[in-house]
Design a protein around this ligand. Structure first.
Ligand code: NAD
Length: 275
């Protein structure tokens, strides 16, 4: 099954569906990532914060998949804000993963209280110029954080990776992204597998297509243009989450899911998170 590619604002193309490894224990990561790669995933989303970059690299090395067919994202940890630290943090990630470049390097959180995200972004611009990453972006940035990057630096982020699922749809940020050529990456796309997947609206749509609630939600993301990377350490679910390109939601079904918005965050509010 072919995963569609989404073109970013610097001409690179990211697979729209990937595999997220947040909270996968390092001892389970090689197996989980290997299963994902065998299933057909070619995009892995990790971070310095997740503590499993070395194991992601090990699975990639074991796979024999040519490097140019893979998309690897990692993120600058909150302890590494600053022009120099952001670059040396990427050097360390590359060393851990055994790679000479990543495909996407993100600032993980803006940390407004530290007020270093503009300097950090300039560090990412330098890493990009040095060929250590094929694209740069941010995560958990609000419009007013993005405004500063747009006015004070030379590069528009290729993506903003934000909490986004049917209970937290981020209409404001999505339209900001659209206006500025920034792609939306959705984290916790299936709401961390908690309450969301029990919603009766999803059960009805899932039944109509012979799919699971998780597959319906992932399909909704794909149809509204989001880039997604659901996490699972279970082989059957890793495969299930990949089987979303053989059915299509109707406009009415998309509207039903659009109607599930609750502005309900599972994670921290980026304006208040400074650690
Ligand atoms: P998710 O929405 O992907 O949910 C994962 C959980 O859902 C799993 O732990 C499992 O319990 C359950 N699950 C998985 N597949 C299922 C299925 N088919 N049916 C039923 N339940 C299923 O949540 P996530 O891991 O928080 O987010 C995905 C990825 O997003 C992460 O791995 C990470 O790469 C990224 N992320 C980024 C940030 C950030 O700040 N940038 C924050 C959180 C997550």
């Amino acid at each position: 099954m072919d995963v569609p590619g989404i073109e970013l604002n610097n001409g690179t193309t990211i697979p729209q569906l990937g595999f997220g490894v947040f909270q996968i224990d390092p001892s389970d990561t090689v197996e989980a990532v290997s299963t994902a790669l065998e299933t057909g995933y070619r995009h892995i989303d990790t971070a310095q914060m997740y503590g499993n970059e070395a194991e992601v690299g090990e699975a990639v090395a074991k796979s024999d998949i040519p490097r140019d067919q893979l998309w690897i994202t990692t993120k600058c940890n909150n302890s590494n804000h600053g022009y120099d630290d952001a670059q040396s943090a990427l050097d360390e990630s590359l060393q851990k993963m055994g790679l000479d470049h990543v495909d996407l390097y993100l600032i993980h959180w803006p940390l407004p209280g530290k007020d270093l995200y503009v300097e950090t972004w300039k560090g990412l611009e330098k890493a990009y110029q040095d060929g250590k990453t094929r694209a740069i972006g941010v995560s958990n940035f609000q419009p007013h954080h993005l405004d500063r990057l747009l006015s004070e630096t030379d590069t528009v982020p290729a993506v903003n990776q934000i909490e986004l699922h049917p209970h937290m749809q981020q209409a404001g940020l999505r339209s900001y992204h659209e206006r500025h050529g920034i792609r939306t990456e959705a984290w916790s796309p299936i709401g961390q597998g908690r309450g969301l997947l029990d919603a009766p609206e999803l059960a009805e749509i899932a039944q109509a297509h012979g799919k699971s609630a998780a597959q319906v939600v992932l399909r909704w993301h794909v149809q509204i243009g989001n880039i997604v990377f659901p996490k699972s350490a279970t082989a059957a679910r890793i495969r299930e989450n990949f089987e979303i390109f053989d059915f299509e939601l109707s406009d009415d079904e998309v509207k039903t899911i659009d109607g599930m918005e609750k502005a309900e965050r599972l994670g921290p509010d980026p304006d208040r998170f400074d650690r």
